[in-house]
Write a protein that binds this ligand. Structure first.
Ligand code: ADP
Ligand code: MG
Length: 468
C-alpha cells in the first residue's frame, strides 16, 4: 500500500481525535454547570456523590491503620502509620485481581480481599498490631450512607458481579473478615479519588481536588456543605468532599444545554468500544480517558488498518489474539510509545510484530496513533480539572490568585510518557495563562496514596470524637 494512503488515513484519524478549541470550551462550560446541577439533585448527569467525610485531615493525625484498596486491576493491602506533620510510613503488598473473579460472584471479590488481608497479617510484625481498624478504598460507584456504610450501585471498568448490587460494601467485607476470624473493624469506606484527596490534604492542607487516571478515571474535590442542597439533613461540618463520578459525563443530555446532541467528541472507535463493553452507554467520558480503554481504542484502529490493507498481520496476530477485545493493554501501548520516543526503532518494530501482531507498519505511524489517543485523553482530563476550578472560582470558594492544587494518581498518569507534563501544560493553556503569568493550577503526583487517605479519614474522624 502506497505511503500516501497511510498518510491520508492518519490525517483523517488526526481530525477525528483532535478536539477543536471551541468544543473544549463548550465542554468545560457544560461540565461546570452539570457539576453545579449535580449538587442540587440526585439524578443529574454528574452524580456528585456526598462522601460523608466531615473531618478533613490537617496533617496532625496519628495512629496505625490497616488499609485495603480495590481498584480495577490491583488489590493493595497496607499497614499505614500516620506520624503527624503530614508524615507517614506504609508497609504494603499488591496483587492483581484474577480475571476469573471479575465476572464471577461479587461475594467472591470480597472473599478475595479478606483472603489477602489474612495473608498480609502473616507478617508477624503486622499481626502483632491486631486488633486494627481498616480503611477500605473501593473504587466503584457506591451510594454512601455514612463514612462506614455504602450500597454498591453497580460495577465499572469491565468488572461484572451482579449478586451484590444494592448491598452494603462494608457489611460484605466485614462478613468475609469475620468468617476468617480476623479481629478487624472496617471503619471507613472511601473511593480512590477521595483517598488520594485526603492523603494529599494530610500532606498539604491547601489541596482542593484529586483525579485518578488508572484503570478508570474519576475526580473528587472539597466543597462547602451548604452548597450541596440535594441533601435534606444538615451536614455537621462546613467543608466536605464530593466524589464527582466524572466518568459519566456525557452519558445523558445536558440539562444545562439540552440542545447539544453530541456532548462528547466520540469517534466511531469510541462508539464501537462502548457498544461492545459490559456497561454500554455508561461511563463514556471514562472510556475516552482511562487505562482500561486506551489500548482497546488503539487495537480497534490497528484492526481497521489491517482490514483496509494499510498494514498486514504478522505471524503473531493469531497467537496474540489481536481480533479479541482488550488484547492490547494500555501498558503495552505506553511502552511502545516510550520506546519510540527513545528512538529505539528496531525495538518498536519488534513490539509491533510480536505484541500488536502487525507487520509493514512504520513505527512513526503507530506512535502517531498512540499520541492522538493519549493526547485526547489529556485534553478531556484538562476539561474536567478546569471545570472544577471554574466552579470554585464562581462560587467564591477560591480567589483567582489562590493556588489550586490538584493531586493525581493512577498508572496512566504516573507512567504514560509525558502524560503528566502535557496535562499540566494543557490545564494552564485552558486557564488562559499568558506566557509571563504564573499558572495557579498545580498538578501534584500523589503516587499510590489512597490508602494514606483511608487511614487519615479514620484518624480525623476519631480525633473529632475525642475533642467533642
Ligand atoms: P488501579 O486502577 O487498579 O488502581 P493502576 O492505577 O495501576 O490500577 O492502573 C492500572 C491501569 O493502568 C491499567 O489499565 C493498565 O493498563 C494501565 N497501565 C499500567 N502500566 C501502565 C503504563 N506503563 N503506562 C500507561 N498505562 C499503564
Ligand atoms: Mg488505584
Amino acid at each position: 500500500m502506497a505511503d500516501y494512503a497511510v498518510a491520508s488515513y492518519l490525517k483523517d484519524l488526526e481530525s477525528q481525535f483532535t478536539i477543536p478549541k471551541d468544543k473544549l470550551k463548550e465542554m468545560t462550560l457544560i461540565f461546570k454547570n452539570e457539576l453545579e446541577i449535580g449538587l442540587t439533585k440526585i439524578d443529574g448527569m454528574l452524580k456528585d456523590l456526598p462522601t460523608f467525610v466531615y473531618n478533613l485531615p490537617d496533617g496532625s493525625e496519628v495512629g496505625k491503620f490497616l488499609t485495603a484498596d480495590l481498584g480495577g486491576t490491583n488489590l493493595r493491602i497496607g499497614l499505614v502509620e500516620l506520624l503527624g506533620s503530614g508524615e507517614f510510613k506504609i508497609k504494603k503488598d499488591s496483587v492483581m485481581i484474577p480475571e476469573a473473579l471479575k465476572c464471577g460472584s461479587g461475594r467472591g471479590i470480597f472473599s478475595f480481599v479478606a483472603e489477602n488481608i489474612e495473608k498480609f497479617l502473616e507478617h508477624p510484625e503486622i499481626e502483632a498490631e491486631l486488633p486494627l481498624k481498616l480503611g477500605f478504598t473501593f473504587s466503584f460507584p457506591v451510594k454512601q450512607e455514612s463514612l462506614a456504610h455504602g450500597q454498591i450501585l453497580g460495577w465499572s471498568k469491565e468488572i461484572e458481579a451482579r449478586d451484590v448490587i444494592g448491598q452494603d460494601v462494608v457489611g460484605l467485607l466485614q462478613q468475609s473478615l469475620h468468617s476468617r476470624n480476623l479481629d478487624i473493624a472496617v471503619e471507613a469506606l472511601i473511593n480512590d479519588t477521595v483517598g488520594t484527596l485526603l492523603a494529599q490534604i494530610y500532606r498539604d492542607p491547601r489541596t482542593k481536588m484529586s483525579v485518578i487516571l488508572g484503570t478508570g478515571s474519576n475526580a473528587a474535590y472539597v466543597e462547602k456543605s451548604c452548597n450541596i442542597t440535594k441533601i435534606s439533613h444538615q451536614e455537621p461540618s462546613e467543608l466536605t468532599v464530593i466524589n464527582i463520578e466524572w466518568g459519566s459525563f456525557g452519558d445523558t443530555k445536558s440539562e444545562y444545554n439540552p440542545n447539544i446532541s453530541n456532548l462528547l467528541p466520540s469517534t466511531k472507535y469510541d462508539l464501537e468500544l462502548d457498544f461492545e463493553s459490559k456497561n454500554s452507554g455508561k461511563q463514556r467520558f471514562e472510556k475516552m480517558i482511562s487505562g482500561m480503554y486506551l489500548g482497546e481504542i488503539f487495537r480497534l484502529i490497528i484492526v481497521e488498518m489491517i482490514q483496509l490493507g494499510l498494514i498486514h498481520k504478522s505471524e503473531h496476530f493469531e497467537a496474540m489474539k489481536i481480533n479479541r477485545p482488550y488484547s492490547i493493554k494500555t501498558k503495552e501501548m505506553s511502552n511502545f510509545h516510550e520506546i519510540f520516543l527513545s528512538k529505539n526503532y528496531e525495538k518498536c518494530e519488534e513490539i509491533s510484530r510480536t505484541k500488536f501482531g502487525v507487520s509493514g507498519a512504520k513505527s512513526e505511524v503507530l506512535s502517531k496513533i498512540c499520541e492522538l489517543i493519549s493526547l485526547r485523553s489529556c485534553h478531556l482530563c484538562a476539561v474536567g480539572i478546569t471545570s472544577v476550578h471554574r466552579h470554585l472560582l464562581n462560587s467564591g470558594d477560591l480567589s483567582k490568585d489562590h493556588l489550586f492544587s490538584v493531586a493525581l494518581d493512577g498508572a496512566l498518569y504516573q507512567k504514560y510518557p509525558n502524560y503528566s507534563k502535557i496535562l499540566q501544560n494543557l490545564v494552564c493553556e485552558m486557564e488562559n495563562v499568558e506566557k509571563d503569568e504564573v499558572c495557579r493550577v498545580v498538578l501534584v503526583m500523589a503516587e499510590d496514596l489512597s490508602s494514606i487517605g483511608a487511614a487519615a479519614a479514620i484518624a480525623a474522624a476519631q480525633k473529632k470524637q475525642i475533642t467533642n
